[in-house]
Write a protein that binds this ligand. Sequence first.
Ligand SMILES: [Zn+2]
Length: 117
Amino acid sequence: MNQEELEAAKQLLLEMRRQVLQEVQGSMHTYRELGEESLPDISDVSANAANRDVLLNLGATQQQKIRDIDAALERIRSGEYGVCVRCEEEISQARMKVRPFSRFCIDCKTDIEKFGE
Ligand SMILES: [Zn+2]
């Protein structure tokens, strides 16, 4: 994967992360119930205190999604992005487009689903 593709993947992941956080914000009643005057700005992706509180309120599915996205962002930083963590082959572009946080190539994913990790 070249630098340009990595950058595009990173933007896509950050956008997905924002969307998940927005979903959470939309369904989040805790702050209102607590009588907080203003909702924290969770569109900022930095890991500040407000974000951590918000993360505590995330549903399990959304938490998992955020973790997957963060792990993918981490792999972009470490240069491991787009490479299968099991067989170390490059994951197909088509697959990375559909699931930009994929850690396994389609062959390994199929194996894992059949036989476990
Ligand atoms: Zn693989």
